[in-house]
Design a protein around this ligand. Structure first.
Ligand code: MG
Length: 189
């Protein structure tokens, strides 16, 4: 079982607030590539968990999402996994316009990634700029961490109001990553 850093994508790894369907629009937040490379070297799995309801809304296609993911991986990776939720109940595009268990603040993406990649959630963290990221982390048993990039600075003042007092806050994922120690894989008998 491995420790993981789960990573929101939009506003945490790359600039912008989402609905990105064009790989040419990928702009890494400064320093993220080196910070995530160092985390990998220190033994952490790095797993993206991202709401991409733009697919259900008809703003871009699943294929566009895949092209953006390849651009993100070139910009900040290589990373260990990418998990996306395309759903939005009431959206216009089938089969994604239905309720799901994976759209953050629900924990389904984190739960699935942890199962598939052998993650020990109790030793893991999730970094995001949105309160939905933090709620999903809590629900999955992962420590939530807020960053001030993207929507994070605006969300910081809402933490107590939303029952998230005590969540650690950093200027960006780069500052947070620098605080993480070397971890090893748990050796099972
Ligand atoms: Mg975000």
């Amino acid at each position: 079982m491995r420790a993981a850093v789960f990573l929101d994508r939009d506003g945490t790894l790359i600039e912008g607030e989402g609905y990105l369907g064009d790989p040419a629009g990928v702009r890494a937040i400064p320093g993220v590539r080196d910070a995530l490379g160092a985390l990998g070297a220190r033994g952490w799995l790095r797993i993206v968990v991202t709401n991409q309801s733009g697919v259900a809304r008809g703003l871009f296609t699943a294929g566009d999402y895949d092209a953006v993911t390849r651009a993100v991986d070139r910009a900040v990776g290589p990373l260990d996994g990418y998990y996306a939720c395309f759903h939005l109940a009431g959206g216009g595009v089938s089969p994604w316009n239905v309720p799901c268990d994976c759209r953050k603040p629900l924990p389904g993406l984190i739960v699935r990634a942890a199962r598939e990649l052998g993650v020990d959630v109790a030793r893991s963290v999730l970094v995001g700029d949105d309160l939905r990221d933090l709620s999903a982390a809590r629900a999955a048993g992962v420590e939530p961490v807020l960053v001030r990039t993207g929507k994070g600075a605006r969300n910081e003042r809402l933490l107590a109001l939303k029952g998230l007092a005590g969540v650690r806050v950093f200027d960006s994922v780069v500052e947070f990553a620098a605080t993480l120690p070397v971890v090893g894989a748990e050796v099972l008998p």
